[in-house]
Design a binder for this molecule. Structure first.
Ligand code: ADP
Ligand code: MG
Length: 702
């Protein structure tokens, strides 16, 4: 149960005075994304930090005011000059002066009643806005502020600027945040006093107040002590949650799985290749973890084509030899089916009883799989996230493997960890994730790396060419087809879209079909599962030679004798995605080519991406470059999968705090594993504050 203390922060924004239904939706769109129907909370508003500052501290005399510079000026009102009746094209003018000269205030479509009230003739007013000079005369169009001397404190000399959306003006934003700040509860301190002292970090309350009411540009810098403190809070909450999950997993273990090697031997005999050194080493690391009574939590990192599947299968075999069951979860139906098809002969050779479970298995077939799982008649289950839905009960799950991990969000990860009571967990990822990101999103995981590609692979030749050379490219593809080669042709969209000047997969399919007839196939995400399978199988078995596709083939699909990858509108794909797509070729022993077809002119970032693609095939280098070009959130595909991004912390400013938060989190749990001390209680509040409720639930009640 969330402590009542935090309730005001978790109330939706419409609960604040002055925020009505319309504004709530506009604010929620800004703070939460989407269509705004899911209302943002007061806390989101407080964590919406300024991106800039308006400085109204310059208070010149009229004659000293610089052109175009924000100025706050004390003036006396002389006279009003309303436009002639009915003529709205002429602005409403108000003449004011100080002891250096005259200034004209200009209001287009000014309401004379309102202006009369604001500017009584003969009175002193402070106005703030930009002064413009015409023919030696000073003008100010629509001053931002006009206040009487007794209300001078209503004129903010330093005004934070927030990222905005339509429907939320700067004034409304400021007012909403001020209201939110006014109900900010006192929270107990959760940061260790020695850390606070060392960095001279202020309290949460002080930090939020100083960032939202800045007195200086330094106050809104991510490098300010206030911002750093809040970033640390956010990172600490994340690291503490991950450390809790991890310590619970390790604790709930107690099973050691050690196979006798007979199934592994059968698989190795049936494989048409010898393992690479990296594969052997990874299998060894995994098996030695599985033999420990502690629960395994290991990540297998290996670039596309590095042979993760074989490692997964051998690890699963070891679990099965030891009398347990294993499960491999893939992110898409196509992949799950592909794994199933390629694993079947190996499983048969080893005497492993295999089944597949995706959204497609329904009714009786599904019930039957459930029953066989519970009775232990299935050794290895392949599938999509359907694997971890309720109803699926294993008799004795020893090993859960998640393929292409970065596609899954936190929820699936937690579901997975809760499923098999004490199962070891192996997550596999093709996107080489920089160390800091592993730490952020997965906590302190053990990592095995496939840093060696299967032998005999030739580097892929990568070229970029403009759309104008399409005809040339097509004739090249035609002669490749005549030579018996297989070609992927990637398009960004399924169907034509009137708003985008892009050839869709469907129209590219039609135009290529006109030229090459039956040789051309099509696969995209809107097709029925059975149609997708059939299209993939036709391509794999050579009945089609050109497969026009959308990114459904992005992850994992394996057609080893495909040698050409055409990516149309390559400028529209991210770097990680281009790399994944390119990895679909170059899997066999023949020379492969990747052709990046782009529409000129290229924007700078797109140009940089294509350049990197031509320069390197090194997944790690590409991941680092991608991080530079796009920022960390997108690398993991978190925008789609709903993993937690950060509201406050920014890796380029706060990266060094991450390791500190990890160490702190570890230390905290060693000293106080159930968070029961006074500081522990405060840390529970921190976890709730950053919505780590799932982690708190892992703690013993009370
Ligand atoms: P990924 O790591 O992208 O999942 P896969 O497991 O799909 O890679 O393997 C890519 C291709 O390389 C497959 O065709 C697979 O059969 C082949 N392969 C895997 N290991 C080896 C090896 N040691 N030697 C040769 N080919 C291998
Ligand atoms: Mg794979």
């Amino acid at each position: 149960m969330r402590p009542a203390l935090l309730n005001p922060l978790f109330a939706t924004v419409d609960s604040l005075t002055g925020i009505g239904p319309k504004l709530s939706i506009a604010l929620s769109k800004l703070l939460r994304g989407g269509d705004g129907k899911e209302l943002a909370q007061v806390g989101d508003l407080l964590f919406h930090l300024p991106s800039g500052l308006i400085d109204r501290r310059k208070q010149p005399k009229i004659m000293e005011a610089h052109e175009g510079v924000l100025s706050t000026i004390k003036v006396r009102v002389d006279r009003h000059e309303p436009p002639p009746r009915g003529n709205h094209r002429v602005p409403y003018k108000i003449m004011v002066h100080d002891d250096t000269g005259e200034l004209t205030l200009v209001y287009f479509r000014g309401q004379s009643r309102w202006l009369d009230g604001q500017y009584p003739v003969g009175e002193i007013r402070y106005i703030s806005g930009k002064v413009e000079w015409y023919h030696g005369r000073a003008n100010m169009v629509h001053p931002d502020y006009v206040v009487a001397p007794e209300n001078l404190d209503e004129l903010p000399l330093m005004e934070p600027v927030y990222p905005l959306v339509s429907g939320v003006s700067p004034k409304i934003m400021k007012r909403s945040i001020a209201t939110a700040l006014s109900i900010l509860p006192e929270v107990p301190e959760w940061i260790e006093p020695s850390i606070l002292d060392k960095h001279r970090w202020p309290t949460v309350q002080f930090s939020l107040n100083s960032i939202h009411n800045p007195q200086d540009i330094l106050d809104i810098s991510p490098e300010s002590i206030a911002w750093k403190r809040l970033a640390y809070d956010e990172l600490l909450a994340g690291q503490l949650a991950l450390a809790l999950v991890r310590s619970r997993m390790k604790k709930s273990a107690g099973k050691s799985w050690r196979g006798d090697g007979r199934m592994r031997k059968a698989i190795l005999n049936a494989l048409p290749f010898a393992l690479t050194g990296a594969q052997e080493r990874s299998v060894k690391e995994i098996l030695s973890d599985m033999e420990q009574p502690d629960r395994m939590l290991r990540m297998l990192q290996g670039d596309v084509g590095s042979g993760k599947t074989a490692v997964a299968l051998l690890s699963a075999a070891a679990a099965i030899e030891a009398g347990g069951q294993a499960a491999i979860m893939a992110p898409t139906e196509i992949l799950a089916r592909q794994h199933f098809a390629s694993t079947q002969p190996l499983a048969d050779a080893a005497g492993i009883r295999l089944a597949v479970l995706t959204g497609r298995e329904k009714g009786k077939a599904r019930e039957e799989i459930y029953a066989r799982l519970t009775s232990g008649d299935i050794d290895l289950l392949l599938g999509t996230h359907a694997l971890f839905q309720s109803g699926v009960e294993f008799k004795n799950l020893a090993l859960g493997i998640v393929d292409e991990q970065h596609r899954f969000g936190v929820h699936q990860r937690l579901a997975l960890t809760s499923k098999g009571g004490a199962a070891d967990i192996l997550v596999m990822t093709a996107t080489p994730i920089p160390r800091t990101l592993v730490l952020t999103f997965f906590g302190d995981m053990d990592v095995s790396k496939l840093d060696e590609k299967p032998a005999q692979r030739l580097p892929i030749k990568t070229n970029a060419l403009p759309m104008e050379r399409l005809d040339e490219l097509i004739s090249r593809v035609q002669s490749a087809v005549a030579n018996g080669e297989k070609i992927y042709w990637l398009c960004p969209l399924v169907e034509d879209n009137d708003e985008l000047p892009i050839t869709s997969a469907e129209s590219r399919f039609k135009s290529l079909q006109n030229l090459m007839g039956q040789n051309v196939g099509l696969v995209h995400g809107r097709m029925k599962p059975a149609e997708k399978d059939a299209a993939m199988l036709d391509f794999k078995e050579g009945r089609t030679r050109v497969l026009v596709a959308t990114t459904v083939i992005e992850v994992g699909v394996d057609v080893p004798d495909a040698t050409i990858m055409v990516i149309e509108h390559a400028e529209r794909f991210g770097l990680a995605q281009l790399h994944q797509l390119r990895g679909r070729v170059g899997r066999g022993t023949k020379q492969s080519t990747c052709l990046l077809l782009y529409k000129a002119p290229l924007e700078e970032v797109a140009q940089a991406r294509l350049k990197i693609m031509r320069e390197t095939e090194d997944g790690f280098r590409i991941a680092e470059e991608d991080l530079k070009l796009r920022g960390e959130g997108e690398i993991l595909g978190t925008r789609q999968s709903g993993a937690p991004g950060f509201q406050i912390a920014q890796m380029e400013h706060h990266g060094d705090l991450l390791e500190m938060a990890r160490d702190d989190a570890r230390l905290i749990l060693t000293k106080d594993p159930e968070l029961q001390s006074t500081r522990g209680e405060a840390l529970r509040i921190l976890l709730y504050l950053f919505s780590k409720d799932e982690a708190v639930r892992l703690l013993r009640a009370g």
